[in-house]
Write a protein of this length. Structure first.
Length: 165
């Protein structure tokens, strides 16, 4: 964003219109990119870093033309109430991993939901999470966590910094 040119590695990429989203192991989180802003698709992260260091400086890229801000008007949905038991939904996991996480959540006194609900507090996303659930959860103000963030939350009770303001 904001004209930054960088190398990224994405796994389990999902395409949705003008966007693609996937898990980025180098930043340990999900990333979404506009397809028209991708300069090159390469076979490996090492190739991407090499391309970034050696080829990008030789290109005549006018960032001013593609940094134009586009404003999307999203209607925020009602945020979940935090007055009761935590509700969690797991998406994008293999069955065995999902069952293990469900058991951990139930043991911690949470309610496990199968979809994004009106009062969902946490959407825990695995490697194969779809962008639609994540988008709806984000619009609702639901915390979207990776497995590691969720397990850290269970163990410590501390909400990840990105949700503290």
């Amino acid at each position: 964003a904001e004209g930054v040119i960088a190398a990224y590695e994405l796994t389990n990429v999902k395409h949705s219109g003008d966007y693609m989203q996937g898990y980025c192991p180098t930043v340990n989180g999900f990333r979404t990119f506009r397809k028209d802003r991708v300069i090159a698709y390469l076979d490996s992260f090492a190739d991407a870093v090499f391309y970034l260091d050696n080829t990008i400086p030789t290109l005549n890229i006018d960032k001013k033309n593609w940094i134009k801000k586009t404003h999307h008007k999203y209607t925020n949905l009602d945020k979940p109430s935090f007055n009761d038991v935590f509700e969690v939904c797991f998406t994008g996991f293999k069955k065995t991993d999902k069952d293990r996480l469900k058991d951990s959540a139930i043991s911690a006194g949470m309610i496990v939901r199968s979809d994004v609900t009106a009062n969902l507090h946490i959407l825990c996303c695995g490697y194969n999470a779809g962008p639609k659930k994540m988008e709806i959860a984000t619009l609702k103000g639901t915390m979207v966590l990776t497995e590691n963030e969720f397990l850290d939350f269970l163990n410590s009770g501390v909400i990840p910094d990105k949700y503290c303001s």
